[in-house]
Design a protein around this ligand. Structure first.
Ligand code: C2E
Ligand code: MG
Ligand code: MG
Ligand code: MG
Length: 292
């Protein structure tokens, strides 16, 4: 907001805002439109949740990550990288996040579970703004209970920003959810600034190697060094480690050689609408030998 304000200046005419930069003006207008349309989009069924497969080393199904999708009637597909940050700064992430969480848990309970093993994990992204809400823990637990799923099959993907901004509060909320079995994954790991000391005390179950390191793993020695460090770190702390953004089998093999055992990426499947995801997991379970 402050950034935007700096690019704006009150014009000579009253109630007029001039933008120094037309590109900035366009961005601002887009932002306001998205902000205004977001809640309607939710009730009009424009927002959907897609599921991206996670696989184990042996090709078996490990679980899925739930990813929000917005199909706008005129603007077309709007990326969550665009609308989630807007929802965060405008206070709409609570309602949106709660809706996504409920939707993903109900899809799991009503559709996915029938084709999944008992150790299938449904991973759901939560924004740090959601975590900081006073009733975050209660809302998550009551939804899990109401929908009737095993809390141990629910994994919340958080980013380092929550831990950096409010370490004590985040820690405490994670602990109270973990008491009920809910798991935590540290998403985009390696791109933030959380210290190793922070990580040592954090009640997290999994580290996700960010896709920027995965995409460069065969090209850039630093990326592969970082991936290796995350894998070694996870192992020494007794955490699971997932590599996301795998597009090529050579990337998978490189990560496998470094000790990674859980994979996610277009190589296996893109994020899919529920019905297509169900078809995919049915197919994988019938396949002999495992397809990956
Ligand atoms: P993320 O949680 O790190 O999710 C992984 C992103 O990588 C997803 O982008 C996914 O579609 C993409 N991806 C997966 N495999 C590949 C691959 O092989 N290659 C490439 N190039 N990309 C791959 P998506 O769905 O656009 O989501 C972007 C980000 O938006 C997510 O990053 C997450 O930070 C946020 N997001 C998405 N859905 C939600 C949500 O329900 N709640 C919150 N708070 N954030 C969400
Ligand atoms: Mg994620
Ligand atoms: Mg990520
Ligand atoms: Mg992310």
């Amino acid at each position: 907001e402050a950034d935007l304000a700096m690019h704006m200046a009150k014009g000579s005419g009253r109630n007029r805002i001039h933008f120094y930069d037309p590109a900035m003006q366009k961005l601002f207008i887009e932002r306001v439109q998205i902000e205004n349309e977001l809640m309607d989009a939710l009730t009009n069924g424009q927002i959907d949740v897609h599921y991206q497969l996670q696989v184990n080393d042996d090709g078996s199904i490990r679980g899925a990550e739930a990813l929000a999708r917005w199909q706008h009637p005129t603007k077309g597909f709007i990326s969550p990288d665009t609308f989630i940050p807007i929802a965060e700064v405008t206070g709409k992430i609570q309602a949106l996040g709660a809706w996504i969480f409920t939707r993903a848990c109900s899809d799991f309970k009503n559709h996915i579970q029938a084709y999944a093993d008992d150790d299938f994990v449904i991973s759901i992204n939560v924004s740090s703004i959601q975590i900081f809400e006073s009733d975050f823990t209660e809302v998550i637990l009551s939804q899990i209970k109401q929908i009737g799923i095993n809390p141990a099959q629910v994994k919340l993907e958080i980013t380092e920003s929550a831990i950096i901004d409010r370490p004590e509060l985040t820690h405490q909320k994670m602990l109270s959810l973990k008491k009920h079995g809910v798991q935590f994954s540290l998403d985009d790991f390696g791109t933030g600034y959380s210290s190793l000391t922070c990580l040592k005390n954090l009640p997290v179950d999994e580290l996700k190697i960010d896709k920027t390191f995965v995409s460069d793993i065969l090209l850039d020695i630093h990326s592969s060094a970082i991936a290796q460090t995350v894998i070694v770190l996870a192992k020494s702390l007794g955490l699971q480690v997932v590599a996301e953004g795998i597009e090529q089998s050579t990337q998978k093999i490189a990560l496998q050689n470094l000790g990674c055992r859980i994979f996610q990426g277009y190589l296996f499947s893109k994020p899919l609408p529920l019905s297509e995801f169900l078809t995919l997991i049915k197919t994988i379970q019938r396949a002999q030998p495992a397809p990956y």
